[in-house]
Structure formats: C-alpha cells, structure tokens
Design a protein around this ligand. Structure first.
Ligand code: CP3
Length: 348
C-alpha cells in the first residue's frame, strides 16, 4: 500500500465525525458467494475455514469486490467463528447447514477452552491482514472485525446456528456465573485478537453482534452492552485513534443505550431501524452506517434506486457510511451492486 495518509480515506474521515459527500460505501459480506470469482476460489478448498486460514486465498477474495466496485473500505475475509476454533472448540461448516461445534453446557466444557496458543492459531489471519495492508488501494480503508462476545457465545453454547437461542438463554439466565466466565474469556480473547489485527494493519474495527436483538433489556445491558464497552475501552486505551463500529442487529429501541454506553464511534443500523429516528437520536453522537435491505439489491431496478435515494436523503446531512442492513445475499446479481454503487457515488 502506498501510504496515503489515513485522513485521505473517506471511510475513516466519516468515522471521525466528518460529513463526507458522496458518503463512503462498502457492503457487509461484500466478498462471497454472489461473485463467481469467489465461488472459483472457494472450490479450491475443502472446508470454509481452510479459506479463512489461507492468507493468499483470503487476501484474494477480500480484493475481488474492490476490483469490481472500488468500495471505500475492505473487510478482512475471515469469520467470527475462528475465535472459538482457536480457543480449542473445533468449528466445521457443513455444506448448506451452517456452522457446527461441540456445544458448551457445563463448567467442564468451559475448562477445555484455552487462551494458550490462541494467537498462534490465528497467525494465518494476521498474515492476511498484513498482505491486505500492503495490497489494497491507497484510498481504501482496511476493516478488521470480530463477533461480539454475546453472538459468538450463542454459537458456542448452541453448537450451531439457532432460531430461539434457548440453550444460551438458559445458561445466561440460570447460571449467570458460568455464562459470565464464558463472556469474560471471549472479552479477553477477542480483545487480543483485535489488537493484533490492528498491529498488522487494520485501520478500523467492526464488532458483529448479529443476535443482540433476542435479549430483554436487563440481559442486553449485561451480555451485549457491558462486554462491548469493555472491548471498546481496551482498544481505545491500547490503540488510540482506531475507530470501532458496533452492529447490535435487531436491538430496536436498545440501540439508544448501546450507543450511549459502549463508547463506539460508529453504529451499523439494521434494516428495521427507522432512519429519521436514528438521525435525530444517534447521529449527533456516532457515525451512522446502513441500512439498505439486502433483498432490495436482489430485486434491483427502480425499487433499488428509490430505496438508495431515500437513505441518502435522510442520512447524509451528518456523518454517514452507506451499507446494507445485513450481509449481502448469495443470490444477488452482481450488476445490481454496480447500480447501487453508481447511485451512491452520483450523490452531490
Ligand atoms: O465480506 C465480508 O463481510 C467478510 C467476511 C465475513 C464472513 N462472515 C464470511 C463468510 C464476515 C464479516 C462474516 C461474519 C459472520 N459470520 C457473522 C456476522 C454477520 C452476520 O452475517 O450476521 C456471522 C453470524 C457468521 C457466522 C457464519 N459464517 C454463519 C452462520 C455462516 C453460514 C451461513 C452461510 O451464509 O452459509 C458462515 C459462513 C460464511 N462466512 C460464508 C462467508 C462468505 C459462506 C460460506 C462459504 O462460502 O462456503
């Protein structure tokens, strides 16, 4: 990377609170199955994690969407589940079924996890960050990421994806001492992991809390806000100047205390968040990011244009980053992504 000063990167300027026109744009899951060139690389490895642990291939798939669309930010290609994997809870992805892990249900299960060798097992990811730092265009910002402790814990306790999170909630409500130990381990591990991503070239961090929206408010405060606040505090004290974006997907009205109490610099809005409310209640405190419905990009055409225009209309009077409200869908036509980008970039 030719070292253009970070200040020239529109994505980082927006996160510092600047109103940038046209707004910077990137899309969650911008690398992935909707791109034929991703599917070609994916076909050269057996398991999905083999792709995450190959610096050369992970770098290549991170760069693919940049070549097509010139996004203002690149997100490291990896997965939130490399953290449990590196803690010793082996993760596998079965074709079409999502992730699978041996569930954690007791203190004995928890004792089997260890921070020893944790960072060593993640070396390939750090090497990917280093390559990206070197290879991405000088105006593109590099985002590192991790799952937030609550969301990663749901996969660790359920042992797979879930619709109701009953096992995780039973542990959190019924054995808070045990669940706190798991969350504390994740705060430590995730903090180490993110600091090291920053040391290898990540210029901003996004915390994915995809299942933040399933908790009642007291549990949300303890298991979503508090661990996130601790992580942000550590990053701010150990690596000052690195902005953090939080994504408490589905949190509804709890977006407000999340923004007020976690210390994040930017908040990613899910598709259900009313924009007028977010602009009125959140944008004076943090940079907004979001929140186009990913299905709009599948639908395309005039409906897509109108949805993009409405977001730009409401959000661009303050600090804003254009994005989706959740990850891009595998059946998205790549030409619709180009249409979206052109529309955002033509904003004056
Ligand atoms: O481009 C990017 O955004 C970077 C890469 C990225 C992936 N996953 C790649 C991936 C990121 C940032 C993630 C985050 C992630 N992973 C989240 C949080 C965001 C969200 O979507 O809510 C979650 C919950 C996961 C866990 C996960 N990973 C699941 C449940 C699955 C299976 C579901 C599916 O879509 O197949 C994955 C697999 C995964 N992670 C794929 C990709 C591109 C697809 C697997 C493949 O290509 O074979």
């Amino acid at each position: 990377m030719t070292d253009a000063s970070p200040a020239t990167k529109s994505f980082l300027r927006a996160l510092k609170g600047e109103t940038v026109t046209p707004p910077p744009v990137w899309l969650m899951r911008q690398a992935g199955r909707y791109l034929p060139e991703y599917r070609a690389v994916r076909a050269t490895v057996k398991g999905f994690l083999d792709l995450c642990y190959s610096p050369e291939k992970a770098t290549e798939v991170t760069l693919q969407p940049l070549r097509r669309y010139g996004f203002d930010a690149a997100i490291l290609f990896s997965d939130i589940l490399v953290v449990p994997d590196a803690l010793g809870q082996a993760v596998s992805f079965r074709e079409g079924e999502g992730p699978s892990l041996k569930p954690i249900r007791s203190s004995k299960d928890l004792d089997a996890l260890t921070l020893e060798g944790f960072q060593d097992r993640l070396q390939p990811v750090f090497q990917t960050v280093e390559r990206l730092h070197r290879d991405i265009p000088s105006t593109t910002a590099l985002i590192g990421f991790a799952g937030a402790p609550w969301t990663v814990a749901t996969y660790m306790v359920e042992g797979s994806g879930s619709k109701d999170f009953v096992q995780t909630k039973i542990m959190a409500y019924g054995r808070p001492d045990l669940f706190q130990r798991l969350i504390d381990l994740l705060v430590q591990a995730t903090g180490d992991y993110l600091i090291t991503q920053i040391d290898h070239g990540a210029e901003a961090i996004q915390l994915f809390d995809s299942w933040a929206g399933v908790l009642p408010e007291d549990a949300f405060a303890r298991w979503v806000i508090e661990p996130t606040r601790r992580l942000v505090e550590r990053i701010k004290s150990e690596r000052p100047g690195i902005p953090v974006i939080g994504f408490p997907r589905g949190a509804g009205a709890l977006y407000q205390p999340y923004v007020d109490r976690t210390g994040i610099d930017g908040v990613s809005l899910d598709t259900g968040i009313p924009l007028d409310w977010a602009v009125g209640s959140l944008q004076s405190k943090v940079t907004l990011q979001g929140n186009l419905d990913p299905v709009m990009v599948v639908a395309g055409g005039p409906a897509l244009d109108a949805a993009v225009d409405r977001i730009l209309e409401v959000c661009t009077k303050g600090p804003f980053i254009f994005n989706l409200g959740h990850g891009i869908l595998p059946n998205t036509p790549p030409e619709n992504v180009a249409r979206l980008i052109d529309r955002v970039r033509s904003r004056r």
